[in-house]
Structures are given as C-alpha cells and as structure tokens.
Design a binder for this molecule. Sequence first.
Ligand SMILES: Nc1ncnc2c1ncn2[C@@H]1O[C@H](COP(=O)(O)OP(=O)(O)OP(=O)(O)O)[C@@H](O)[C@H]1O
Ligand SMILES: [Mg+2]
Length: 250
Amino acid sequence: MLRIQNLSKRFNSKVVLDDVSFEAKDGENLVILGRSGTGKSVLLKCIVRLLEPDSGQIFIENKNVLSLNIKELNELRKQIGFLFQSAALYDSMSVRHNLEFPLVRNFEFTPKEREEKIVSVLEKVSLLEAIDKMPSELSGGMRKRVGLARAIITEPKLMLYDEPTTGLDPITSKEISMLILELQKSLKMTSVVVTHDLLCAEIIADRAIMLNEGKIIFDGSLEDMTSSNDEFLIQFFKHEILNKSETTNV
Ligand SMILES: Nc1ncnc2c1ncn2[C@@H]1O[C@H](COP(=O)(O)OP(=O)(O)OP(=O)(O)O)[C@@H](O)[C@H]1O
Ligand SMILES: [Mg+2]
C-alpha cells in the first residue's frame, strides 16, 4: 500500500529525514515512535506532499507520489485521510459543517448522500448527539473524535494519524486508540500512526518503527522493540513509562 524509499528532507542545513525506507502493507497498522523533534510529522507531511522531500521515492498503491501532477495528486489525496497533530476543527462551523467540508470540497455527493455520510460517521465515533454543536462546546476527547470522523468520512484506503491521543487523559486516550483500531478493521484501512503514547501503540500496532534523528533505528514488532537491548530503546521506553506514571498520577 505504502512504500517509502531512501527519503531525505532537510531544512536549510538541518537534516530532518535521512535516507528513510519502510513499507506498510495492505490493511496493516504501522506505528512510528520517536522523540520530539525527530521528524515524525515531517515524514507524514512528505507522504502527502504537504512538504516536498529533497530525495527518495514514495509509492502509494504503486503510484509514484513525487511524480504526480497537481490534478493526479488531488485525486490520490481523496484516498488518504490525515488526522493532524492539532486535529484542528473549524471553530466557526458546527460539527455537521466540519464533516461536510471534505465532502463538498472533493466529491460530488448530493445533499442527502452527504447527510447520510455525516450521520453514519458520527455514529461510528459515538457522537451523533453532537451533530449541531460547535467545536467550543466539545471536550478535547470529543474534538479528537470529530477530527477522526472528518478524516474517515471520505473512506480513505490509507490513514495517517499524527499523535491522535496527545493532550488526552489516559482513559480517553485508550478509548481513542481502541476506536482507531475498530475503524481500521471495519473500513479495512492501512494506517500509519505517529505517537508518543505507548499504550496507544500497544493497542494499535501490527508493526512498529523507531525514528531517531531522522533515521530508522528499529523496524519490527512492538514487543521486540520494547524488549530490545539497544541502549537508545531501553532509555526511550524507560522515560516513556516514567512519563506515563506521572500523567496517570495527576
Ligand atoms: N516547515 C518547517 N520549516 C523548518 N523546519 C521545520 C519545519 N517543519 C519541521 N521542521 C523541523 O524539523 C524537525 C522535525 O520536526 P517534526 O515536527 O517532524 O518533529 P516530530 O518528530 O513530529 O516532533 P513532535 O513529537 O514534537 O511532534 C524539527 O527540528 C523542526 O523544527
Ligand atoms: Mg510531530
């Protein structure tokens, strides 16, 4: 479904992605872990060409993403859902209009079809009662769920999630992670999930990658990653677990 080959990206003299290669198979849930500032968001943005990589290749369903023209790229983007790190909703639009936005912009659905899709996707994230609410009336967890609904409403084949559980309490994080897993199964999507949240990774990951200073230093099962003897991985998970117990105690 997704194949990245020798991808590199720098900003001025700062190398952010350094010869990154990996694949996500059809229907697979791939989790990308890594410390803050290590290039995870840049990597996701390169995949949909919100940022242009300096070198390397990206294939989505055997389409060479970097060689597409704007029209072809827009066609491809219709099949990709992106949940941004901020999961920003349009504050001046109700939940219904936030969800309608990607449908109106990219597709030619009738108003009735649009309404059906909006209702169906809100049912999937258990938020139908919020359909006429404004984002400011929702909790952080609810906003994430609306963001998730907006990302999947076009039924993408590939979903890219950037920190889907950041800023949520541990219980809500777990709910969102379970929801991502459920949606992925029922919609048969391939997902790439960037996260700091080890519990989220444990729930979602079929496979896990560790990115450090722009390089992939591990690609395999999460179990093997967390039990690795590699000094960096030991330190990473030690801090990750310490952070988690701190947030749980608050
Ligand atoms: N548009 C940009 N212009 C210049 N530098 C950028 C840009 N976007 C990201 N960077 C730099 O690239 C590096 C990687 O950023 P990125 O956002 O990918 O980190 P991250 O791994 O997602 O971190 P976090 O876990 O905190 O979200 C950072 O040093 C950042 O300052
Ligand atoms: Mg990021």
